[in-house]
Design a protein around this ligand. Structure first.
Ligand SMILES: NC(=O)C1=CN([C@@H]2O[C@H](COP(=O)(O)OP(=O)(O)OC[C@H]3O[C@@H](n4cnc5c(N)ncnc54)[C@H](OP(=O)(O)O)[C@@H]3O)[C@@H](O)[C@H]2O)C=CC1
Ligand SMILES: O=C(O)[C@@H]1CCC=N1
Length: 269
């Protein structure tokens, strides 16, 4: 895999760097670029990873991971263009941005892989999906998959599915955090101390996630097993249905997909 440089060490860039360090990658084989000196110093202090300029990153790293906001991509690609060639490997983590954007802005035949991870990289439990661009070989895809597999699970998908992936698993942890936050509030409403409500819900989430991850039973069956006849759970389910929670989730994830498409379209020219 060699040296990896993260260009733009914000939330997801830091999650990747932190996950790679926890997975045993040495700080000497990692680099990052960051435009705020205080943020750069904070990350170097926390992980022992050197902050460099884009030129040095391109010179020293085998893998260049682009982790800036989609809105910030154009100046970065203009900076990168004279520094990369067919021997480079560019990995884009940016929501919505197609590999063709990179291929248009960078010199001929620069291999690009589009990848969509999520923040559980921080704890080695990411879900990532990768899609090769036009010049990326199976070897390039393997390099990116190896990097992401060291911090979680990886699937390969056709690039046309990446906007849906972004809406589902890229943003997905936020939906779970939102649900947990709302369920803790429910505990407060019912008069439980906050610390107790938090412990009850977080451990219930961990337990439910472990059962789901085992994959031996479909989520519907797992839910039915909790739902006793004329019991408490079915009363709660009736309220969830009455308030359209399933439809809200469908609409929410569709809206996230639409935003991913829109972020890509902003760079069509
Ligand atoms: N957060 C997440 O869960 C996920 C995010 N992504 C994708 O990752 C990308 C980053 O998202 P996120 O980490 O949330 O955003 P952040 O804003 O936290 O991180 C981006 C960082 O890059 C910095 N930056 C911008 N331009 C440059 C540049 N030219 N050189 C160096 N640093 C630069 C930003 O500085 P400044 O603060 O000044 O803007 C910021 O610190 C996005 O494209 C997003 O779609 C993908 C999967 C999950
Ligand atoms: O909210 C966003 O745009 C990014 C992409 C996926 C998760 N966070």
């Amino acid at each position: 895999m060699g040296t990896i440089a993260v260009l733009g060490a914000g939330k997801i860039g830091e999650a990747l760097l932190s996950g790679l360090i926890s997975a045993g990658k040495s700080a000497e084989e990692l680099l990052f670029t960051e435009r705020h000196p205080e943020r750069a110093a904070e990350l170097t202090e926390r992980y022992g990873i050197a902050s460099v300029g884009v030129t040095e990153a391109a010179k020293r790293a085998e893998v260049l991971v682009v982790a800036v906001k989609p809105q910030d991509i154009e100046p970065l690609l203009a900076e990168l263009a004279p520094l990369v060639g067919p021997g480079s490997l560019v990995v884009s983590l940016c929501a919505g941005l197609p590999t063709t954007l990179y291929e248009r802005r960078l010199p001929d035949a620069v291999p690009v892989v589009r990848a969509m991870p999520n923040t559980p990289m921080l704890v080695g439990e990411a879900m990532s999906a990768v899609s090769p661009g036009r010049y990326a070989t199976a070897e390039h895809v393997r390099t990116v998959e190896d990097m992401l597999r060291s911090v979680g699970k990886v699937v390969e998908v056709p690039e046309a599915q990446q906007d849906a992936v972004t809406a589902l698993s890229g943003s997905g942890p936020a939906y779970f955090f939102y649900l947990v936050e709302a369920m803790i509030d429910a505990g407060i409403l019912l008069g439980l101390p906050r610390a107790v409500a938090e412990q009850l819900i977080v451990q219930s989430a961990v337990g439910a996630a472990k059962m789901l991850a085992q994959g031996s039973e479909h989520p519907v069956l797992l839910r039915e097993a909790v739902t006793s006849p004329a019991g408490t759970t079915i009363n709660a389910i009736r309220e969830l249905e009455r308030h359209g929670v399933r439809a809200a989730l469908l609409a929410a994830i569709e809206a996230a997909r639409d935003r991913s498409v829109e972020l890509g379209r902003a760079h069509e020219a």
